[in-house]
Design a protein around this ligand. Structure first.
Ligand code: 13P
Ligand code: SF4
Length: 317
């Protein structure tokens, strides 16, 4: 549960205050594309998981303010143990992280003593510490392809990304069975119906989507890759199967294109929005910069051990 917010003067210009506090605190604001539009607009670095990890590995700011979910801020702390890492809401998690507890992961690994474990960045620091390589949606295939062919590979926790990587690389993976509650909601039937109504529309999808949706996609990629595809493709109309936060940058960078959010199975819900990402608000962002709290910490020796597979990923990216 998130803490109740303290009273804030309704006349406060939150955006201006956030910019002022960033300067005063020597803070860099990293934001993911699934954040609210008004948070994206204030970011120093906006990107997908890999780009944000790369920005965290390079920043010289004293404070890293991470507008994303917990595993992303944890990664920034693992890379910067001497900096202060703050988040708007410490309870902003991820269903993939929740679906992969470290004890169960360790027991699973132990069944395959000779295998290499490639783990999606959407997991806890403790699971990272038990892994050989970390990957993101933009480099998973490249990292798997870099591992010698005679090595057995374990892939956790996202089974949909794993299936996509197997298809792209032709490698067999031993797969952890977890998934993203957001990307699972897209409806193949309703996407086909939408395509019927918009004959010129093409589907683009994040690899966390399920197989029937990915099969319909003309392009599959990370959030950054999806945005670039909309900008660079000759097509004019896109059905976008990922969290609708990405539409903000797509609209900015490709104003002439028509963008349709892929529909979820339940017509009445807004379940294609990531409720974890959307826990972060402008108010909470202001408060975390004002109070330098809540802070993210990763205890030793987990931090040092988790850093090894993250560094391997960054070296291969
Ligand atoms: P990206 O790698 O595109 O940032 O995806 C992260 C994520 O959490 C998708 O749900
Ligand atoms: Fe996790 Fe899915 Fe939200 Fe991404 S969209 S942070 S994978 S729950």
């Amino acid at each position: 549960m998130s803490e109740p917010l303290p009273f804030l003067d309704p006349n406060l210009d939150l955006a201006a205050e956030i910019l002022r506090l960033k300067r005063e605190r020597d803070a860099v604001l990293l934001a993911h594309y699934y954040q609210l539009d008004e948070i994206q607009d204030l970011a120093d670095h906006l990107g997908d998981s890999l780009q944000l990890a790369q920005a965290a590995s390079k920043t010289t700011a004293r404070v890293i303010c991470f507008a994303g979910v917990h595993f992303m801020a944890e990664t920034a702390k693992i890379l910067n143990p001497d900096r202060t890492v703050i988040v708007p809401d410490l309870t902003a998690g991820c269903s993939l992280d929740e679906g992969c507890p470290v004890e169960a992961f360790r027991a699973w690994r132990a069944k395959y003593p000779d295998a290499v474990a490639v783990t999606y960045i959407n997991c806890s620091a403790a699971v990272k510490a038990e892994s050989d390589y970390i990957c993101t949606s933009s480099n998973a295939a490249r990292i798997v392809a870099a591992i010698p062919r005679d090595k057995q590979i374990l892939f956790a926790p996202d089974r949909n990304l794993a299936r996509h990587v197997m298809k792209v690389t032709g490698r067999e993976l031993v797969v952890w069975q977890s998934s993203c509650v957001v990307h699972e909601t897209f409806s193949e039937r309703r996407i086909i119906a939408l395509k019927e109504r918009h004959k010129d529309a093409v589907l683009i999808a994040h690899p966390e989507c399920e197989e029937p949706v990915l099969r319909l996609a003309e392009f599959i990629g990370s959030t950054t890759a999806l945005i670039s595809h909309v900008v660079n493709s000759a097509h004019a109309t896109f059905i976008v199967a990922t969290e609708p936060g990405v539409l903000h940058q797509m609209r900015k960078l490709a104003p002439g294109k028509t963008l349709l959010a892929a529909p979820p199975q339940d017509e009445t819900c807004s379940c294609s929005e990531c409720s974890y990402m959307k826990k972060n608000t402008l108010e909470k962002l202001y408060l975390c910069l004002r109070d330098l709290a809540p802070q993210v910490d990763v205890p030793e020796p987990i931090r040092s051990r988790a850093r090894i597979p993250i560094d391997r990923m960054l070296a291969l990216s």
